[in-house]
Design a protein around this ligand. Sequence first.
Ligand code: DX5
Ligand code: ZN
Length: 218
Amino acid sequence: MSHIIAPSLLASDFTKLGETAAMLNASQADWFHLDVMDGVFVPNISFGMPVISALRPLTEKVFDVHLMIEQPERYIRDFKMAGADVLTVHYEASKHLHRTIHAIRDEGMKAGVALNPHTPVTLLYDVLDDIDLVCLMGVNPGFGGQSFIENTYLKVEQLRMMIDESDLDVKIEIDGGVNSENASKLLEYGADVLVAGSFVFRSENPTETIKQLKEIER
Ligand code: DX5
Ligand code: ZN
């Protein structure tokens, strides 16, 4: 299967969310990546359930919700109600991660776990079988437009080995600093989903930029 492109709306113009949704709908984007920040787990605050529910009727594409919040287990139901299809929580933010993952799946969503740049992929050994996606952060979460941390390549490679070794169906998503320069290498190392915020929305023609990312050969 070809790789998945998930533009992050964080870098888009918030006065035009409806137009952005229409553009993404008509584009080769596969998923909508929605970044929720609480000002505690990360220094920034973005948006939450009301914005996601407002977008939900505008598209049938997958809503990939990335929670950068402390104790995400408090809001699993709310994000299901808002329209999340994939719900990703941070390893660093949930003390009882196994329980959290299962609560996400019990609500009928795909469960993802995100790792900060300093968190080793090997910490996922005991839950890899219980999740659908691992989100490897290519930057420290909290802001769009930061530059990609090169060590992420090694993490993709290592995680790919862990997943293939056990013949699991877990997607590897890369979030932060993704652009056309690092995308093909990330795919080569085994990434399945590329999130791109500023690279898409600060480009002159976002639709074309999405196409360019989608058409990269693995
Ligand atoms: C960062 C967010 C990312 C962000 C990516 O904390 O999780 O999804 O929007 O933005 P870029 O692609 O600009 O690094
Ligand atoms: Zn994100």
